[in-house]
Design a binder for this molecule. Sequence first.
Ligand code: FES
Length: 330
Amino acid sequence: MYRIRVRGVGSFDCAPDETIVEAGHRAGFGFPVACRNGVCERCMGALVRGRVRLARKDHTIDADEAGASRVLYCVAHPLTDCEIAVPDVTAPGHIPEQELACQVMAVEPLNHDVSRVMLRLPAGRQVHWHAGQYLLLQHDEPAAFSIANASAAGNRELELHIRHSEDNPSSLAIMERLAHDSVVRVTLPMGVRYLDHVPQRPLWFICGSTGYAPAKAMLEFLREAGCQQPVRLYWGARNREDLYLHEQAEAFAAELADARYVPALSDHPEAGFFHGMIHEAVLADLDDPKAPLFYIGGSPPMAWAVFDALVAAGVSPGQIHSDVFDYAPR
Ligand code: FES
């Protein structure tokens, strides 16, 4: 068995009697193919390191030979461990992005500045996403919104939670458009911080405002998967009304096997709510910093502030996930 590393994507094992495309597909990698017979050149890529045998021509090729930049992997068998570079190969679990026209089904207020928007995907299209991913709503500038519901077979509904306010004119323009257009174009799924299985360790979700949306999708996924791991949901806001689906968050805590919901209010204390910043609520409960995985949803300043507080408390950066780290790095 040889190890095949696809540059920038990942690695898999390949036996000498199978082709690199066959082994890649078996391991869940998406190789671009058409003929699978060494004719169409769809699977062509470079051999960066190692040696392969090309079954169709029955000759071998080394990484330092001239033909190494144009290897057809549907007919290539490894003779050593190899590193290859092939355009458009996708890693296991990757769902290709699609741009689609969606019907606007409903726009309803959840509080004074957050609305729930329901979109319907076109019939007859297979569209999946992982819990925690987001979409781009095509507008003057594409706008990113977390998908607030988990993907399920036959489900064509997409739920978004959109915050709109006078200090964010583009959010008002988007709401105006959603109120008047019956169809919008979206690109999905986006983002690499998601749940596609139940990790075997505690999961802590830390959200501010509409950062609840991706947490909701992941909690739905965990509930459907029968998650038995300890789950904690920390949702922070200035006042009670900003926790716009508070009762739903309470219901998640009741429905999951081992879950607790901690609502936190920074400005207006109320009985039954943690009073303070969201990271203070988290740190108050953090007995074993190395145990949980953390999923942060919220604005970039909020997400990075929570990240800093967790790392200062002994959490490893690798335990902390947030899309913010991808689209708003520092
Ligand atoms: S798939 Fe056609 S050449 Fe490989």
